[in-house]
Ligand binder design. Structure first.
Ligand code: BEZ
Length: 401
């Protein structure tokens, strides 16, 4: 590594914050395992704080820290400190970033990330080093499928889980043929794959399978193809800045008046203020809706607004629940994370009263949760119905029994 590279990593990639203590110093700290319950537990937040998924990463971070603050800066009685890495949603840098957070920064637990490709590189390092990892967004099926491991948990979703129910939603709505459109990477392929699996099983037809490379936002060619193909509907996956641009471009071309746009809920979660009227009427499936009228959601949205002056969204909820899950594990072992087996057992058995509704975990440590059908109305994602209750990912290839 050149001096210049080192400077870039220190300045740009590694950021520092803390519930109690600021931790990152340019020099590696001496190896002093934090087994004493008095020593803070070091949580490595590896998230995108820049790029197309920057807002998603920031909301996860804020959701996690909100929960820790509500517990007085401690989980399971153990003080929490943070080290942050901006992964920039770049899979090519993910292994190095994860090695730094685990090896050099000596995080006891890693929370990350948003992008499926980055997450799979992190999963490999977590497996190799037996680091406890909680995924607060990335849906890569394999993370709780073929690559599942006792030390890997997810508080978000699998890509399959959010979109399989949508196949039936569209078919039941009378849609016979669909064009799909997404970014060309794991999340897009797996979400469109799950939708297609269910939709075609029921008798629907996918007439065009359109993609652009991640994180490109030049959608005009795709939109022209959709306009000439005239499918009954479009099913899509985009998120963050890309979702804002796609929804606006779709409406600007007038297609929202003639060809209904559906998608995975990421298309409109956390993005409606930037999409404006272009988002009206879009129907999506997701494990959250803004108007879920349960006490946990009402309290969460109020507290998140008070902390950040922003409306909470699914990313904030997933971060909040990641902290809740860690709290359950640490509480079971009175803060001693070295009592790993008991901690993992408590986390696997957790039943969380989440803002999204009931949340539990399957043997692969992926959430079992409701998937809601939502529609954008009144500037928010309002629940229309439960598209499929208590959806459990098939965990294909997972060997945990
Ligand atoms: C993913 O890459 O897994 C992903 C990114 C943003 C939203 C949803 C999923």
């Amino acid at each position: 590594m050149t001096k210049n590279d080192k400077f870039k990593l220190t300045r740009r990639t590694l950021l520092t914050s803390a519930a109690g203590v600021a931790t990152f110093a340019a020099a590696p700290r001496l190896f002093t395992p934090a087994i004493a319950q008095g020593a803070p537990l070091k949580v490595g937040m590896m998230l995108p704080y820049s790029g197309t998924y920057a807002k998603l990463g920031t909301f996860i971070d804020n959701g996690f820290k909100l929960y820790v603050e509500q517990k007085g800066g401690k989980l399971g009685g153990r003080a929490i400190e943070f080290v942050q890495v901006d992964d920039e949603s770049k899979p090519e840098a993910a292994t190095d970033n994860m090695n730094r957070i685990v090896g050099r920064e000596k995080a006891d637990v890693v929370v990350g990330t948003v992008h499926s490709g980055v997450a799979m590189a992190m999963v490999k390092v977590a497996r190799d080093t037996n680091t406890l990892m909680i995924i607060p967004n990335a849906g890569a099926n394999d993370a709780t499928g073929a690559a599942c491991a006792p030390n890997i948990f997810r508080t978000s979703f699998s890509n399959w889980q959010t979109c399989y129910p949508a196949g039936k939603v569209l078919f039941d709505a009378g849609v016979k043929n669909v064009a799909t459109v997404t970014w060309r990477y794991t999340a897009g392929a797996e979400m469109i794959g799950a939708f297609t699996e269910n939709f075609t099983k029921l008798g629907g037809k996918v007439v065009a399978d359109l993609t652009v490379p991640f994180p490109e936002v030049e959608f005009q060619a795709l939109i022209a193809q959709i306009a000439s193909q005239k499918p009954d509907a479009v099913f899509s996956f985009f998120a963050g800045g890309g979702a804002v641009k796609f929804v606006k471009d779709y409406a600007a071309a007038g297609l929202n008046k003639t060809i209904p746009l559906y998608g995975a809920g990421f298309l409109t979660d956390g993005t409606i203020p930037a999409q404006g009227e272009a988002a009206n009427g879009i129907k999506t499936t997701l494990h959250y809706a803004d108007n879920l009228d349960n006490p946990a959601n009402v309290a969460f949205l109020k507290a998140f607004k008070a902390k950040t002056n922003n409306d909470g969204d699914i990313y904030a909820v997933q971060g909040y629940d990641a902290a809740a899950l860690l709290d359950i594990g640490l509480t079971a072992v009175k803060g001693d994370d070295k009592a790993r087996d008991a901690m993992i057992k408590a986390m696997g058995d957790a039943k969380i009263d989440s803002p999204r509704g009931p949340l539990s975990f399957n043997k692969a440590h992926n959430p079992i949760q409701n998937i809601y059908l939502r529609e954008v109305r009144n500037g928010r994602n309002e629940m229309i119905s439960i598209a499929q209750a208590a959806v459990d990912d098939p965990a294909r290839g997972c060997k945990i029994s």
